[in-house]
Design a protein around this ligand. Structure first.
Ligand code: ADP
Ligand code: ASP
Ligand code: MG
Length: 438
């Protein structure tokens, strides 16, 4: 079985939904499809939830009404029969009345995660109804029945596998199985999600749970490009990536993939194929365990990085200094991306700065603390094993006019990272592309 995931733009209009239906039924083989919400919907749902939080009933109702009208218009375009138009309109009415119910009494607690989950519920119901109208044997499975996270808010693959295998046994004979990306239930049985962009993660987890032959991520571009196409001109699609290379790129800012979505596929050794819904014939990118020796694949960048430097002569010769420092980050559930050490100091970068003040307060017990905000990590990814002599000189030379705050190399064989100011990001990405892919 193949798993095919379609992102927001790929289901962003009735035409796109029709195209999805044609792509998933082409092979005639049983296929499991994962859908995002129509593009823009999750943002609107977040906006509704913000209005509710601020007790702004009028604001929430305005966004709800505008979004609802958009959905009714889609129904008219998508279906041909009155039966399916009525059926889907009823579903939309129920969904939006559910959202409206939160605005009636502003003092009841509302569940933000449940509101944000409705985008995927809407898109999957619309597509399954379209497939059924066309006479295709399709089955909608609710992701809330099997997608689970554990007490650390990490996906619980064991539980997902167990639950999904029961569901698949009970629903044996369908051509298309369809479910919501992004949404799940947490260890306490509450509606939750896998963070923004999380539908990729859903697809990878389902692929691993079903031991699928391939996981396909269908989006609006022809695969992973060798640099961020939103910033650098004339980027090119990379035809093949190793799982490790793809993980590094996703983690360090290549938006085409959710940061952690490669892990389940990698552990289950299932190839991931990135494809373009707008151009289905384009080759795309295949991600597997093949490693092309000495090949530099791509460059990516991660913004909103804060650097924290702790300088202390107590570090000299100490065997517990770093442990104590790291324990402070651990106690605030804040993960460190880059580290650079000397005998008398350590510099670390974090993305989540929500506990910055507390972390800094505690770090002050160990030395002098300096903070740099609005930084950016730029990564060069490929086979950078130390036998690949000379590439770091090319990369460093490409950044010769840009102040570099930290460099990290050797943590993995696939990545060299440079920490720079965000204001220099564009120039850094452009000159690295020119130096490495000319
Ligand atoms: P979807 O809604 O299908 O999940 P996303 O918007 O999350 O799509 O991801 C696709 C977008 O990722 C592309 O339109 C592109 O602008 C952006 N992107 C950023 N870096 C890269 C890269 N290195 N290669 C390809 N796309 C990238
Ligand atoms: N709809 C969610 C979002 O916009 C999840 C996804 O598209 O992957 O973030
Ligand atoms: Mg995405």
């Amino acid at each position: 079985m193949k798993v095919m995931k379609f992102g927001g733009t790929s289901v962003g209009s009735p035409e796109r939904m029709k195209e999805v239906a044609s792509l998933v039924t082409k092979s005639g083989e049983p296929t499991f499809i994962v859908l995002s919400a129509m593009s823009g919907t999750t943002n609107s749902l977040v906006e509704i939830s913000d209005y509710l939080y601020k007790k702004n009933q009028e604001g929430a109702n305005e966004v709800i009404n505008t979004l609802e009208q958009k959905y009714y218009a889609h129904v008219d375009e998508l279906y041909t029969t009155d039966e399916y138009k009525q059926k889907t309109n009823k579903l939309i009415e129920d969904e939006f009345n559910y959202l409206r119910s939160f605005t009636k009494d502003l003092f009841t607690s509302f569940e933000e995660k449940s509101i944000v989950a409705q985008g995927e519920v809407l898109s999957t119901n619309m597509v399954v109804n379209y497939l059924l109208e066309k006479g295709i044997k399709a089955k909608l499975l609710s992701a809330l029945d099997f997608m689970r996270t554990d007490k650390n808010a990490e996906p619980d693959l064991h539980s997902i596998k167990e639950k999904l295998s029961v569901i698949m046994k009970e629903n044996g004979a369908y051509q298309i199985y369809i479910t919501q990306g992004f949404i799940c239930k947490n260890a306490y049985g509450e509606v939750d999600n896998l963070q923004r962009g999380g539908s990729d993660y859903t697809a990878s987890l389902i692929g691993a749970a079903l031991e699928a032959e391939e996981i396909q991520i269908w989006t609006d571009i022809d695969g992973m490009h060798n640099n961020d196409p939103r910033i650098v001109d004339n980027t090119e699609a990379v035809r093949q990536l190793n799982f490790e290379e793809a993980s590094e790129l996703a983690y360090f800012g290549a938006k085409i993939l959710h940061p952690t979505c490669i892990q389940p596929a990698k552990y289950a050794d299932i190839p991931v194929r990135l494809k373009n819904t707008m151009e289905p014939e384009a080759e795309g990118t295949i991600i597997n365990n093949v490693l092309i020796p000495k090949k530099i694949k791509a460059i990516s960048a991660k913004d909103n990085i804060t650097t924290i430097k702790v300088k202390s002569s107590r570090m000299l010769g100490s065997t517990s200094f770093l442990r104590k420092v790291f324990e402070i980050f651990e106690s605030y559930q804040t993960s460190i991306d880059m580290i650079s050490t000397s005998e008398v100091g350590v510099s670390m970068t974090i993305e989540d700065s929500s506990h910055l003040e507390d972390i800094v307060d505690e770090l002050k017990m160990y030395g002098m603390v300096t903070i740099d905000k609005e930084m950016c990590i730029v990564c060069v990814v490929g086979d950078l094993d130390w036998h690949n002599v000379g590439f770091e000189t090319i990369a460093t030379n490409a950044l010769k006019n840009i102040p570099v705050r930290m460099i990290s190399y050797g943590g993995s064989n696939f990545n060299i990272s440079f920490l720079i100011k965000s204001e220099n990001k564009k120039e850094a990405l452009q000159s690295l592309s020119a130096a490495l892919f000319k």
